[in-house]
Design a protein around this ligand. Sequence first.
Ligand SMILES: C[S@@+](CC[C@H](N)C(=O)[O-])C[C@H]1O[C@@H](n2cnc3c(N)ncnc32)[C@H](O)[C@@H]1O
Length: 221
Amino acid sequence: MECVLKQPKVAAIIQREHQAARLARASFTAQMNAQTDVPVYNRDFRTSEAHKTQYLSIGPRMGAYLYTIARTLNARNIVEFGTSFGVSTLYLASAAAENDGKVTGSEYHAHKAQKARDNLQDAGLSSYAEILSGDGRETLQSINAPIDLLFLDGSKDLYLDILMMLEKHLRPGAMIIADNADHLPVDEGFLQYVGKDSDHYLTTLIGFHKGLVSQSLYLNN
Ligand SMILES: C[S@@+](CC[C@H](N)C(=O)[O-])C[C@H]1O[C@@H](n2cnc3c(N)ncnc32)[C@H](O)[C@@H]1O
């Protein structure tokens, strides 16, 4: 079976971007955390230095997981809230390439969206992804095809808003994956909405190398 992720050109760009993210994080995190008590994830995505300049990207294990889920679902219409420099998008676009599908990414900062497009181009995956620049609450309103996979990785306090905005487009059996679930309150907001009392979602929290990921199956009862 072909695995686009393992194609030398794709693997090289993914490795390059993980390495760049690691180097950038090493110097930036200590510096920023020393300046304020507000964790990176709680800072305003429009104004914070971290959101403007840093990768804040998933790691290789999470990337392999996203790719596997997208391939297993045969996901053709993949939507990503929070693209940054497009590391996660490279994994999702690799699966989309094999599924004859497409990823629609969203990133508030225009220069980040452009770098994500450049990375996809370098990997030869441009035909399988489109990156919308601007606030996902506006740009993702253009989605109208049935969604197979929704990856939430933008501002944590907007996960529920984005889900509710796109819910009408989820196909039954769609998967919603939310990163950094350990940063979310359990008994309100997104996790409460998709949690055990929901008739529409079956949700599990998965422990990763660092933190929790929420995975919800859309039941559409
Ligand atoms: C955790 S990073 C995403 C990392 C990316 N998924 C990856 O793994 O490479 C979050 C990104 O979401 C963007 N973001 C946050 N809220 C957003 C919004 N409302 N609309 C668009 N982008 C947003 C931030 O600018 C930031 O670059």
